[in-house]
Design a protein around this ligand. Structure first.
Ligand SMILES: [Zn+2]
Ligand SMILES: [Zn+2]
Length: 252
């Protein structure tokens, strides 16, 4: 399995303000192998402009409908009208009202859903959107051999999701890495800070959720809360957590 981090930034990275070759994070989009994406933000166009098309992508899993994860215009422009855009049922209602030409692609939470060649289990995230009927989700994704947990956006992992998560062993776990190490950040109820990430990572390891060579990473870093990338990576080196960056591709 391969994962390509197209965009690793939280919503405060603004593409139009990018200067020259400075280090930059696009808004969230991830590609698994050649044919599956998790989220598709407007900044995905910037990736395609410099790296080529995403024409083999047949399925997109939407975590939630915040605009830094979900851009209907971009999905149609880049992936066409035949793409399947999957989400839990209330989020899917919004997706189909934005893109009525698409096929209904509802995912059942806590169930094994078949999406192309993958089994996908959505679990509720510690996150919310303005429409309280919608449930932001994280994803357990398996191709029958390799398994990943996608944990952005979420603060902690809700208990009932943890109970589902711990039924499996993972080649890769990606946790929400939005916040830094400042005390008193008001956003800890919707995103993780570094202390939370370290706590969860310790428990994931002590409960043997990682396969041999399994990795824990973070993505969705905010601009305001973190030191620059290399310093952040240094901060997490001693606990063995890898910080994603735009364009990083990992095969496992
Ligand atoms: Zn976000
Ligand atoms: Zn969000």
């Amino acid at each position: 399995m391969k994962i390509l981090f197209i965009g690793t930034g939280a919503a405060d990275w603004v593409l139009k303000d990018r200067k020259g070759n400075e280090f930059f994070r696009r808004l969230t989009a991830v590609k698994i192998n050649n044919n599956l994406m998790i989220d598709c933000s407007a900044d995905t166009v910037d990736y395609v402009n410099s790296n080529g098309e995403l024409k083999d992508v047949k399925n997109v899993l939407i975590t939630h409908t915040h605009s830094d994860h979900y851009s209907p215009e971009t999905i149609i422009d880049l992936l066409g009208n035949d793409v399947r855009v999957w989400a839990e049922k209330e989020s899917e209602k919004m997706i189909l009202s934005d893109m009525p030409q698409l096929k209904d692609s509802v995912l059942e939470i806590f169930a094994e859903n078949t999406v192309g060649e993958y089994t996908v289990i959505p679990v509720p995230a510690g996150h919310s959107v303005a429409n309280r009927d919608q449930t932001p989700v994280n994803y357990i994704i398996s191709d029958g051999d390799k398994t990943i947990f996608w944990g952005c956006d979420s603060a902690w992992i809700p208990n009932y999701s943890w109970h589902e998560m711990k039924k499996y062993k993972y080649d890769l776990i990606v946790l929400d890495g939005t916040l830094g190490d400042a005390d008193g950040d008001y956003r800890i109820f919707e995103h993780n800070n570094i202390s939370m990430i370290k706590e969860m990572s310790n428990t994931i390891k002590s409960q043997n959720l990682l396969k041999e060579n399994g990795k824990i990473m973070i993505s969705h870093m905010s601009r305001y809360a973190h030191k620059e990338h290399n310093e952040l990576q240094k901060q997490l080196d001693d606990v063995g957590i890898m910080v994603a960056y735009d364009g990083l591709e990992i095969e496992f």
